[in-house]
Unconditional design. Structure first.
Length: 547
């Protein structure tokens, strides 16, 4: 058991080391398609057009998500310039601050040592690290949800102080509003479900009287309503698409073709909470409270955090649309429970052996990595990735050695294990740059900019490389591409080329133009493109200019 309390200087040193590892390589990797290209291009177009109400992707209306993260990234572009680093700055910054917030909540609930471990677990959990450095919206949603349930827990722990309860609850309502402005109604649905399930389970009816619902809802609407009203007035089609198609149909149907079995999130969670799998499972299946029997009166933070984590897992498991990052919001809640468990009962040896297994697994992946080759990622790119995988495996091996060798593990040992795991994940992530030629359009954009003037029209022929507009700093002319923006294209059909005959006419009439298409389509499109010159080719796409 690790009973020694952590000191402020020790915590500060660990936080500084974690910050260096967390932010050092933020801009090293090119933006990956489709997600990172999409979520960088939308705010770039906001800055370029000056329209911060209607999100647009390649100048087509894009109503799939609310606007908060677009605003944040557009602000980063305005202040610091447009780059891969500034595009990822918002989720990375929020992710780091979110881990500190989880540590703060655990400290207030269970003491300094539990708070230290909660923050460390969050910052080094695999899914949390990946989503903190990958440009999607899930990290922002997760952090604001963590702020929401954290504020509620801190408020309910102080029911004897009405002012403290009111202030913490209003802060929580504000956080949920920001979650809703990031990813829609789910930012309010998950906390509401948690409150209902928890109160039914514990018979804690006083909780409802302490939520400050009237003031909270007013604050919630004050934050969320202005944009939803403004975008609906500017785009009457927005409410039906956003609330019905994008949210109701996404959850209840397979319209987005992201279905999976009921067990889908079990391996996602186990891998996502690594290297803290054993302590996380112990916190879920052997929590610090009895599962049955009478519940003592009053608010129980452990039960509420446990309920939130389970609600998130079950809610998305029952949904018809599934992606790994959907369950990210449960990581901070589990980390608080796991931090308390390590502080009171010590590090679980099973996690040491799981670290060993991960190191051995990565070594095996590195040895056989070229066998993963495909038409889009050739063996040569995987060979370039091999040293990064070996480096990550080595770091995990060192962490495993410390975890197995030293008994009992003290605060310093566990801190090093967490930091080495964070560094290992970051190294493997950074090495993904070796696969950039097949997963990003950065090199293609450089070739296009070098070959033609900036005003030259670029046709995207039967494919839409979503990072290309960002790197080119201008939109593309889509030809026979519907993709995820099909509905937007149908609303503005005059801006889209729907047939190869029309494209060929435009191509032949242009003095100079660029066409981008899938590499395996070259033979099909060559007759209509001649005379042409290939200026860039990668395993996925080829770019040619009209010669």
């Amino acid at each position: 058991m690790n009973s020694a309390e952590v000191t402020g200087r020790f915590v500060l040193l660990v936080v500084l080391a974690a910050a260096i590892i967390w932010f050092a390589g933020l801009g090293y990797r090119d933006l990956i398609e489709p997600d990172e290209g999409r979520y960088a291009e939308i705010p770039r177009e906001m800055v370029a057009s000056g329209d911060w109400i209607t999100p647009r992707l390649n100048d087509y209306k894009y109503f799939y998500k609310p606007v908060l993260q677009y605003w944040a990234t557009a602000t980063a572009f305005t202040l610091f310039g447009e780059s891969s680093a500034t595009a990822r700055l918002w989720p990375a910054l929020l992710g780091f601050l979110g881990a500190l917030w989880g540590g703060f909540v655990a400290w207030r609930l269970y003491g300094a040592t539990a708070g230290f471990y909660a923050g460390l677990i969050t910052l080094s959990a695999l899914l949390y690290v990946v989503d903190g450095h990958y440009l999607v919206l899930d990290m922002s949603l997760s952090v604001f949800l963590a702020m929401g349930f954290g504020c509620l827990v801190l408020a309910q722990q102080q029911r004897g102080d009405p002012v403290a309860v009111r202030n913490w609850m209003l802060a929580g309502w504000g956080a949920l509003a920001l979650a809703t402005m990031t990813k829609g109604p789910i930012g309010a649905v998950l906390p509401a479900m948690t409150v209902v399930v928890y109160s039914l389970w514990t018979r804690d009816w006083q909780l409802w009287r302490q939520l400050h619902i009237v003031k909270g809802v007013l604050l919630f609407l004050l934050i969320t309503a202005p944009w939803f009203i403004a975008v609906s007035l500017a785009n009457p089609e927005f409410p039906e698409f956003f609330f019905v198609r994008e949210h109701l149909e996404r959850y209840t149907s397979t319209v987005h073709e992201r279905e999976g079995g009921w067990w889908y999130f079990i391996p996602v969670f186990l891998l996502g909470i690594f290297p803290w799998i054993a302590v996380a499972l112990a916190s879920l299946f052997r929590p610090g409270f009895p599962a049955r029997g009478s519940v003592p009166r009053g608010f129980h933070a452990e039960r509420f955090l446990w309920t939130f984590a389970v609600v998130v897992f079950v809610f998305f498991s029952l949904g018809q649309s599934k992606l790994p990052s959907y369950i990210l919001p449960m990581i901070p809640a589990i980390a608080i429970l796991a931090g308390r468990r390590i502080a009171s009962r010590g590090y679980l040896r099973a996690d040491a052996w799981l670290l060993t297994g991960m190191a051995l697994g990565l070594f095996m992946v590195a040895i056989f990595i070229t066998r993963f080759e495909s038409s889009s990622i050739p063996a040569a790119l995987y060979a370039d990735y091999r040293p990064w995988v070996l480096a990550g495996a080595s770091l995990f091996a060192v962490a495993a050695f410390i975890a197995v060798r030293y008994r009992p593990l003290r605060n310093g040992h566990i801190a090093v294990i967490g930091l080495l795991s964070l560094l290992a994940i970051q190294v493997v992530l950074s090495g993904f740059q070796a696969l950039s030629p097949s997963r990003s359009s950065q090199a293609m954009s450089a070739a296009i900019r070098a070959a033609v003037p900036a005003e030259t029209e670029v046709f995207a022929l039967a494919t839409f490389p979503k990072s290309l507009p960002f790197y080119l700093q201008r939109t593309l002319t889509l030809v026979r591409v519907k993709d995820e923006i099909e509905i937007s294209i149908m609303q503005e059909p005059g801006r889209w080329i729907g047939s190869l005959d029309e494209f060929q006419h435009r191509w032949q009439a242009a003095d100079q133009a660029v066409a981008v298409f899938r590499t395996h389509d070259l033979d099909e499109f060559r007759p209509m493109l001649e005379p042409m010159q290939v200026i860039h080719r990668n395993p996925r796409r080829t770019a040619v200019i009209k010669r």
